[in-house]
Ligand binder design. Structure first.
Ligand SMILES: [Zn+2]
Length: 267
């Protein structure tokens, strides 16, 4: 089995995780910018984080033959202070030419607040001005549906944004159809406790098909499983899915979406 892990927060993981992922068939890991578990107090903190994502982490991954790519932004969980967010967004263009940067993400909403929406619009504008792919985080709280609708409205309102260059992540049963109908891609996050279990994710695939959809572990510093994607592939096999169908979801689809950024290369 070979697969791409399109959403993992490897700065929070131990080196053994890289080794286990490589042994399971992972060829590339993509790391969206994320909340550190605490709010950073300055733009300088983000500058260092962006250096970590673009300089240090690819070297750590390379020791296990894994390619490492990343996405840059200020995560919605830290987007309440609009002035600080503007300072951080102003830092991002100087990193966009770096060889492992795929685009702007994971942007989106957390509590669906007015300030989060403002910062989301600033990020969408940044992506449009620099012709970047977009990776979107949707809220994990009970208002995922409302948040997803608000996000899709923001993207639709900006006529420069092409939906096939946007992935909306953490979809569930009640949001996946909405997302796919807009022409955007959809990501399903496999978590041991919250979000999609492997069984639920496979049910969704069986209902909505395998076009414009990918699986990820979104592993971070919390309870999560860096091997969730290959484990789900095994579950698909047990349910009778053919090898080509599994390969499409865990390898070909993420490759097709990500290769819209010419810097993304695997194999
Ligand atoms: Zn994430």
């Amino acid at each position: 089995m070979k697969y791409i892990e399109p959403h993992a927060h490897m700065v929070s993981r131990v080196t053994d995780d890289y080794e286990r992922m490589a042994m399971a068939g992972c060829e590339a890991v993509c790391e969206p910018a994320f909340w550190a578990g605490f709010d950073r107090s300055s733009a300088a903190g983000f500058y260092d984080y962006f250096c970590q994502l673009t300089e240090h982490e690819p070297k750590r991954a390379a020791r296990f033959g894994l390619k490492h790519f990343c996405w840059l932004c200020i995560n919605p969980k830290e987007a309440e202070e609009v002035k600080l967010a503007a300072e951080i967004i102003a830092l991002i263009p100087r990193f966009l030419d770096r060889s492992n940067v795929l685009g702007i993400g994971e942007i989106g909403l957390n509590k669906n607040s007015r300030n989060e929406l403002k910062v989301l619009e600033m990020h969408v504008d940044l992506a449009a001005r620099y012709n970047q792919l977009i990776l979107v985080h949707t809220p994990h709280l009970e208002d995922k549906l409302k948040g997803t609708r608000l996000i899709l409205d923001v993207l639709k309102a900006d006529k420069r944004i092409r939906p096939e260059r946007v992935i909306i992540d953490h979809v569930e049963e009640h949001t996946v159809g909405l997302v796919l109908d807009t022409g955007c891609w959809a990501g399903m996050t496999l978590y041991p406790e919250t979000k999609c279990s492997p069984a639920r994710a496979i049910d969704i695939l069986e209902t909505y098909g395998r076009e414009r959809i990918w699986l990820n572990s979104a592993c971070d510093w919390g309870v999560s499983d860096p091997l969730a994607v290959p484990k789900t592939a095994v579950e698909m096999k047990k349910r009778g899915h053919h090898a080509a169908a599994i390969d499409k979801v865990i390898y070909q689809n993420p490759k097709r979406f990500l290769a819209q950024c010419l810097k993304f290369k695997v194999g």
